[in-house]
Design a protein around this ligand. Structure first.
Ligand code: FAD
Ligand code: NAI
Length: 466
């Protein structure tokens, strides 16, 4: 029987990063993966394919709408959807191969098959009707998440799709109805809208992007509406009639009331994700779950069974690849006897639309609710020189600082490249920096990042360009 120091179940960003860090620390490591390829949701049907399509569709739209005003004259772009899907697939393949390479480089065994925990120190791996059992000092569960389903609405991944089907449609739907105005709905809605679909988003709450700063979400909704998105807030889809050529969705007010029917060629259901623990044998092994089906862990990622740990989407916290990665590193270090740690107060979040939305730390609503006295500094991209010359002035930077200490508590950006810009705020916050620290840091000119410095100056009511 093969024996290891660590067996990681799942090779998403949590699992494979954990395996690499553990190997770096001298452990003999194996990963178990039931999917045909490594990389988990993120590489195969999540972050990477969605970003490839967001990039390609943005280029398509820019070629059609923005080139001419810059004096770049091209004939109207034509969509070759199979080629765009091929571009997406090449991106996936490149990244999956990268993970395979990392496994080899770090001498990590890849055990293909479904993993099941038989108790402390034993994992069974089954594939094609055969199974083997390996022994290990520690086990990390990194099995990720699955799509949340809507009762009574069956996802066929052709006409009624989850994010997975929406990443592989074989033609642009005339009408795309999206259920859920969260990150997936707005990112994939953007892809298909740019390629020509009419997009209607039905959202249960009275706002889009719950969890993001309210003021940012409001402006983002206005920008998306200007782009052509239609929103039905405070509403829910209660059924989809699939009998005809066109789908007929029943939409009801969230609080009850008269229903209406919306027609669509494709319905995308994206109402969140749920932890994935199927077939892992957790109940039999005694691994406790919380009331939302997530693997319960202590502050050191330890489950209720000795030597079994869990990280990533399958445990509590934001379902983000970088959160899973950082937990992977931390748990490997803890298992090796070091002080692995994740600072959950400084985990950035990005919506990769145009413009992008990014955020780190507390929102204004969270500070209000916690009774923290804060000051706000804002700066619009309309007053940022680089944004003006590029004519990409949508959005603004918002900094929230402690009213007494000036320590930065949250930074929220809506604007082009907001996803790249957020990291100077994250580093500042990791070091406990103040708005004054940010305001006194020299920023290169002309960059969009100067808007961050100006927003920090605005906390002290002394922005220069406003
Ligand atoms: P996963 O990536 O889900 O990997 C789990 C792996 O475990 C899978 O490969 C699965 O096959 C395997 N597995 C499960 N059970 C077993 C078993 N019993 N035996 C063997 N193997 C098993 N996050 C971001 O941060 N940025 C983004 O831009 C982003 N975009 C996204 C876009 C979409 C459309 C979706 C759906 C998600 C996106 N996410 C994004 C979220 C991100 O994909 C997840 O947070 C991340 O993949 C979680 O990593 P993980 O390692 O916990 O699990
Ligand atoms: P989400 O949690 O972001 O949004 C789901 C939305 O659906 C919410 O606004 C919710 O109020 C709404 N909703 C729930 N039930 C509903 C109903 N019955 N009718 C109408 N609306 C309803 O979930 P989403 O978009 O599915 O994404 C899943 C996860 O994937 C997210 O947690 C996110 O962290 C991750 N992800 C991250 C990305 C990124 O970082 N850029 C990109 C895509 C996904």
């Amino acid at each position: 029987m093969a024996t290891y120091d660590l067996v990681v179940i799942g090779t998403g960003p949590g699992g494979y990063v954990c395996a690499v860090r553990a190997a770096q620390l001298g452990m003999k490591v194996a990963v178990v993966e039931k999917n045909a390829t490594l990389g988990g949701t993120c590489l195969n049907v999540g972050c990477m394919p969605s970003k490839a399509l967001l990039h390609a569709s943005e280029m398509f739209e820019e070629a059609g709408h923005s080139f001419a005003k810059m004096g770049v004259s091209v004939s109207a772009p034509k969509l070759d959807l199979p080629a765009m899907m091929n571009f997406k697939q090449q991106g996936i393949d490149g990244n999956v191969k990268g993970v395979e390479f990392l496994m080899k480089k770090n001498k990590i065994d890849v055990l293909k098959g479904a993993g099941k925990i038989l108790g402390t120190g034993k994992v069974e791996i089954s594939a094609d009707g055969k199974s083997q059992v390996v022994e290990t000092k520690s086990i990390v569960i990194a099995t990720g998440s699955d799509i949340a389903r809507l009762k009574g609405i069956e996802i066929d991944e052709t006409r009624i799709v989850s994010s997975t089907g929406a990443l592989s449609l074989d033609k642009v739907p005339g009408k795309l109805l999206i259920v859920g105005a969260g990150v997936i709905g707005l990112e994939l809605g953007s892809v298909w809208h740019r390629l020509g679909a009419e997009v209607v988003v039905v959202e249960f709450l009275d706002r889009i992007l719950p969890g993001m700063d309210g003021e940012i979400a409001k402006q983002f909704q206005r920008i998306l509406e200007k782009q052509g998105f239609a929103f039905k807030l405070g509403a829910k889809v209660t059924g989809v009639d699939t009998s005809g050529k066109t789908l007929k969705a029943t939409v009801e007010p969230a609080g009850g009331g008269a229903a209406e029917t919306l027609e669509a060629d494709v319905v995308l259901v994206c109402i969140g994700r749920v932890p994935y623990t199927e077939g892992l044998g957790l109940k039999e092994a005694g691994v406790a779950l919380d009331n939302r089906g997530r693997v319960q862990i202590d502050p050191h990622f330890a489950t209720s069974v000795k030597g079994v740990y869990a990280i990533g989407d399958v445990v509590a916290g934001p379902m983000l690849a970088h959160k899973a990665e950082d937990e992977g590193v931390a748990v490997a270090e803890i298992i090796a006897g070091q002080a692995g740690h994740v600072n959950y107060d400084v985990i950035p979040g990005v919506v990769y639309t145009t413009p992008e939305v990014s955020s780190v730390g507390k929102t204004e609503e969270e500070l209000k609710q916690a009774g923290v006295a804060y000051t706000v500094g804002k700066f619009p991209f309309t007053a940022n020189g680089r944004s003006k010359v590029n004519q990409t002035t949508d959005g603004f930077v918002k900094i929230l600082a402690d009213a007494k200490t000036d320590r930065v508590l949250g930074v929220h950006i809506i604007g082009r490249e907001a996803g790249e810009m957020i990291h100077e705020a994250a580093v500042l916050m990791e070091f406990g920096g103040s708005a004054e620290d940010l305001a006194r840091t020299c920023h290169a000119h002309p960059t969009r990042s100067e808007a961050i410095k100006e927003a920090a100056l605005a906390v002290g009511k002394r922005a220069i360009h406003m």
